[in-house]
Design a protein around this ligand. Sequence first.
Ligand code: CA
Length: 224
Amino acid sequence: MKLLLVEDSAELRTSLARALEGAGYLVDQAENGEDAAHLGGTGDYAAVVLDLGLPLVDGLTVLAGWRAHGIATPVLILTARDSWREKVQGLRQGADDYLTKPFRTEELLARIEALIRRSKGHSATMIALGDMELDLSQRRLTRQGAEIALTAHEFRTLACLALNKGRVVARAELNEHLYDDQAERDSNVVEVTIARLRRKIGARMIVTKRGHGYIIPEGERGDG
Ligand code: CA
């Protein structure tokens, strides 16, 4: 899953990006409000971490602009210590959550996970897939308690399909979630990853919609 990280402090941005990537996310970074507005307005992000004090265009204005254009991506704002006005304004402009600086990276990670789950309509970290369970926070897939080992690509792909259960996910969208790099996107990695997943979780779990993408149908059961 891809996140947009907007923070003008290079030091904080670098350390947060490293932590988020360590947790398995792909991270696009912006260091000012103008770049943030552009990326958030065009990119396909699972969530945005938005600092409010930014050069060129402030974070509240960026957020208001996205919401005015109907962009519903969940947004977590980073606010200065003791600034209750920023929090109130941020929430009123459409922020979904906030963190006050300084904060622990673990708390940011937990809040982002929760935001993404809520935005996809899942309030628990576990998603049932037939007789298997996908644990988004532990990044594990199990069948009756036994772990089914997945590579990072396989996990990301399965998590994206599972969070969108019942909806066709375009091949291009899956590619977005797998890679930052356009050159890599041109490869057939999605097909390869889906084929490997099917061998591990059962061929019928992931259905191909030719010309559209892939879907895990609601109520689908794996066949082994
Ligand atoms: Ca700042």
